[in-house]
Every structure is written in C-alpha cells, then in structure tokens.
Write a protein that binds this ligand. Structure first.
Ligand code: ADP
Length: 473
C-alpha cells in the first residue's frame, strides 16, 4: 500500500489471480483499520499545503504523470491483461484512455475560474471562487482497472484535493502500478494514498463516517452505490456515483441493419460485455430481423475467446465464477421463456480455456419483458435482441428501466435521430456512434445509474465548492 509516500505492508495479505488461467500472479497487503486511518490522516495533513499550490504546479505534475504513463504504456497494458483478462489491444486502448484524463485535467486545472456578479446594491460587489472540496475517498471497479482510477484522481488532484484510493479487490496490481506512476511524477507524500483490501466494506464505512473525508467518488454496482450514498448522506458528504446501466440500442427501420449489427457487435462484445455502457436491449424491426441477426450472429461466432496475451483473441474471461453463473442464468431463463438462441449460450470448456471463466459470445432474439435479461443488467457477452413491429412505443420501451446511463440509436433520418436523442432518458446517447466516450466528453448517468459526471469540463466541478464573497464597499 502507498500511504504518505511510503510503501507499507498490511497486517495480512491476499492473492491476485489471472482470470484467464486461475493462476496466482501476485500478493497484495490487506489493510486493517489502522492503515485506513493512516491513509486518511496522510491525505488530511497533505491537504494543508496541496490546496495552496498553484494550478500551474498541479498541472505540471499531472502532465508529468501523463508522460510517465505513456512511457510505461506497454508494461501497464500487459499487467492489466494478466490481472483483468482483457485482450492486450484493449488494454493498450484503456491505458491510452486513462492517460487522456491526466492530460485533460492538467489543462483544466488552469481553467477553474470564478465570477464577478453585478449586485442590485450600488455599494456591494459579489465574487465567486472555486475551492477544493478537501479529502476525497475514491472506490474503483475491476472492469476498467486503470482508466477508472485516472478519471477520478486527475480531476481531484487538479482541483487541489488529496485522496485515498481503494481499488477493486480483483485488480489491486493495476492500482499499485498507477501509484508508482504518480510517485515517479513527484506528487508530494500524502496527496495520493492507495490502500488494498479483500473486504471493501470497512473502507467504504470509513470514507462515509470519517469527518475528514469530504467527498466520496464511487464507480461500481447500483446496489453498493445506493448503500454508500445513503451512508454518506448522514454526514452530508459530496458524492459522485457511476453505477450500473442497461443500455438500449434502437435500430430504426430506416437504418442499414448490417451496418447497425456490425457496430453493435463491436460495442456489445467489448470487454466481454463487462461494461456499464454495453448495449443490453437491442430493438430491431421485425422486417430487418433476418439481415440484422445474420450479421450479428456471424460476427459473434467469429470472435475468438482466449488468453489476452495471445494475438487474435478478442474475448477475454469473465471476472469470476459468480459473474459467469449470473450471465448463464440470465441466458437459460430467456431460453426457458421462449427466446431463440442464434450463437453461444454456454460456457467454453476447450482445453486451453478450462482455467478461466470463458462464456461464448451469445446472440438471443425474441427477448420479451418477462425475461430476467430484459430487466437486469447483463454484465457479459450476451446480445439480447427484441423484435418490434410498431415504432410508437419504442422510446417508451427503451426508457422503461431504472437505469439511465447509455443508449444507442441507429437511423439515417435526422429528425428521427434527434427526437430519439431528446426523448431518451440517458446521460449518454450514441447516434450512429458506438464510441461516445472521451476525456473531453461528460460521462455519467441519470436515474439509478448515478450522480454527477466524469471527464470534460464538468468532471472537475465534482471536486470543487463554489465560495461566494459579498463585499460592501
Ligand atoms: P461489481 O459488481 O462491479 O464488482 P461492486 O459495486 O461490488 O461492483 O464493486 C465495485 C467497487 O466497490 C469495488 O472496488 C468493490 O471493492 C467496492 N465495494 C463493494 N462493496 C462495497 C462496500 N460495501 N463498501 C465499499 N466499497 C464496496
């Protein structure tokens, strides 16, 4: 663990495994109450001087971290592939995406502007200043084990906050490697603290109850996010929540079904479907079912599952047995209730895949609201296709979920696309676009998918308070 600029061991330790093989690839310290307290103390002490640094000093450290991250790109990506399982090419893309946040917020640090506001009183002046919220507790997930760290840490640091990071227990080695990047960049001791633990609950509890922590930023499941949000409310803490999604993808009748199937297969099977913006309910007109399903099925069947370090493999393992069990249960439930299976639908048990949790890229059609997969977030390589006849209820069906993170639309008609963009109750809408993400663009969900936005100009606001000065002159 990295606390107050020191590398320390915990009271115990826990192993980290490669989900593609089941092999143990490392051992990390397991933090106890003392280390949690030490990390919060370090962040709280470091805040005193860090918040006084100029935006230019903070920007140059973030810029240096960006350079180091890119110098270490290959090594970071290889570590990610071993620890998380995704193909090396996807890991390289993620390291680049993660680094983008360091550069973006190095620049944004210098654009934290206040305002002067005219007053109705002749002898009064108003000004506002933006000030850092203070110590931040950050909790990150395993599916994007590096970019979810920089997406939180870069704006927090740029704003003048110090922090304690607790990464997911499945991917602490990536977090450790990122702590090494920040250390090498020269951030002062205590500004960034990284702790690892097998049981995340005591850390979540401490972040929510310790009055020195002023803000909680969390990416993970909706269930845990709601619980943490409720706990944080007791102390009126600021929160940012990036939670689950259940993205609809609407293929309007005027769209090219083959082009849409190509795009949706690329985004669906990315990260083996373990993404909160993965399309989970694909609405296709009955008249286009045949060409759409033929293309989607052919593409699903061409994908090769296997170890991420071997070139040509594009489907990695699911993170663990529980994840695989949930995906398979959703598929079996859909089949039992009348869905049609076009590809996959089973665990892959080839000799070279036995050590990992590999699930075949799966295509289902005839999915209906009675099926679990229609309502529950699917975190795996399953493309559920819902065939529609009537366009009238489409947008209402797409919105008929408690989630509101991402949605996708295929249409060649500008008015149709624009109306859909406006009607969809989702924070991110990709219109003929399967990659609506960038460090420069705001990422975040509506409804039960979260609170706040990450990246973009909005991203740094999450770590700032607005302070008003009223001056009688
Ligand atoms: P997932 O289903 O993606 O694993 P989780 O919400 O369980 O989602 O995990 C996301 C992150 O939240 C991880 O870092 C995990 O350790 C952490 N986490 C899970 N439960 C808690 C909790 N009760 N308190 C704090 N953090 C938690």
């Amino acid at each position: 663990m990295y606390i107050n600029g020191q590398w320390i061991n915990g009271t115990g330790s826990f192993p980290v495994t490669n989900p593609a093989t089941g092999e143990v690839i490392g051992e990390v310290p397991d933090c106890g109450a003392d280390e949690i307290d030490a990390a919060i103390t370090a962040a709280s002490e470091a805040l005193k001087s860090w918040r006084q640094t100029t935006a230019y000093e903070r920007a140059s450290l973030l810029y240096r971290a960006w350079e180091i991250m890119l110098e270490r790109k290959q090594a970071l990506a290889e570590l990610m592939t071993r620890e998380q399982g995704k193909p090396l090419k996807a890991s390289l893309n993620e390291v680049q995406y993660g680094a983008d946040f360091l550069l973006w917020f190095a620049e944004e640090a210098k654009r934290v502007n206040g305002q002067t506001i005219p007053s109705a009183r002749a002898n009064q002046r108003f000004i506002t200043q933006k000030v850092p919220v203070g110590v931040v507790g950050a909790i990150t997930p395993w599916n994007y084990p590096i970019s979810m760290i920089t997406r939180k840490l870069a704006p927090a640091l740029a704003a003048g906050c110090t922090l304690v990071l607790k990464p997911a227990e499945h991917t602490p080695l990536c977090a450790r490697a990122m702590a090494e990047v920040f250390e090498a960049a020269g951030f002062p001791p205590g500004v960034i603290n990284v702790i690892s633990c097998l049981d995340p609950k005591p850390v979540g509890d401490a972040f929510c109850s310790d009055p020195r922590v002023k803000k909680l930023t969390f990416t993970g499941s909706t269930a845990v996010g709601k619980q943490l949000n409720a706990q944080a409310a007791a102390q009126m803490k600021r929160v940012s929540m990036e939670l689950g999604g259940h993205a609809p993808a609407i293929v309007f009748p005027d769209a090219d079904p083959v082009h849409a199937a190509k795009g949706l297969s690329l985004v669906k099977f990315l990260n083996t479907g373990q993404a909160c913006i993965s399309p989970n309910r694909i609405f296709v007109h009955e008249d286009q079912a045949e060409p759409f399903l033929a293309e989607l099925t052919a593409r699903a069947m061409r994908l090769k599952a296997g170890k991420g370090m071997e070139p040509g493999n594009s489907i990695g393992p699911l993170i663990n047995e529980a994840a695989l069990g949930k995906v398979d249960a959703q598929v079996q439930d859909a089949l039992a209730r009348g869905a049609t299976l076009h590809a996959g639908g089973e665990r892959l048990m080839d000799a070279d895949l036995k050590g990992g949790c590999f699930y075949a890229p799966t295509v289902l059609s005839g999915v209906t609201p009675e099926m679990r997969i229609y309502r529950e977030e699917t975190f795996g390589p399953v493309a559920p296709v819902i065939l529609y006849r009537d366009e009238d209820d489409l947008l209402a069906m797409a919105n008929d979920t408690e989630y509101g993170l991402a949605a996708y639309v295929y249409s060649q008609n500008l008015a149709t696309a624009f109306k859909a963009f406006e009607a969809l109750e989702f924070g991110i809408v990709g219109v003929n676009d399967i990659n609506p993400t960038s460090a420069a663009a705001p990422f975040g969900g509506m409804k039960h998918s979260g609170l706040g936005r990450e990246g973009a100009q909005e991203g740094i606001e999450e770590y700032l308070e607005t302070k008003l000065g009223g001056f009688a002159i």
